[in-house]
Design a protein around this ligand. Sequence first.
Ligand code: 13P
Length: 251
Amino acid sequence: MARKKIFAGNWKMYTVRDEALALARGIVDGITDSPGRAVVVFAPAVHLREVAALCAGSAVMAGAQNMYFEKEGAFTGEISPAMVKDAGARWILIGHSERRHVFHETDDDVRKKLRAALSEGLFPMVCVGELLDEREAGRSEDVVRVQTERALEGLSKNEAAAVVIAYEPVWAIGTGKVATPEIAQSMHRYIRSVVAAKFGEAVAAGMPILYGGSVKPDNIAGLFAMEDIDGALVGGASLKAASFLDIARVT
Ligand code: 13P
């Protein structure tokens, strides 16, 4: 079964309104439809409704970078899954390393957010990845296995089949130090084996696993050539329509 290919831009805390709309416009106008490929932009929450409206009817879908797992309530500063959907977003990024390490999100938060996303009918993209000292200590696989298992804990096979994983080694994010295709491939294959052990071969074989961390137009081809790398989650290079489009064009 051919897995879906996905290219996603994570705009993080960049872009004021005019910049966000110009960026979305540049991507929408420049993208060409490619069968079996999805293109997603994770815009800042305040721009979500307008970015989603601009993307409507195009090959680009909008997503939110974060949300809380409760339906509603006294949670000042948070946005709910229903709000994300109501704004027109289809996708939600969950457990990005900056959420985990800057805002102290735990595996338990990630698990609850994933369940909340699935019950709201949002497409979830769950991020996992080890820190540099964890890699240097030879613990990368253990760290990523625990993050993956805890995120997916308690899901049915059908629910697990709706999840996309993004492997983002923290040492590669925003550093210009992209993982080699071999390092990324080896972790992607390992993540797929972790998913297979819990949910069976069919779910694992169908699950898109994206690589993120210093992806640029000049390194995407080598990564994307690897068997278990199904696309990319792009930070810095997604802030310019031209470079993001160059990356997505690898398909
Ligand atoms: P960079 O592409 O800027 O390294 O960021 C990766 C990332 O965190 C995407 O979510």
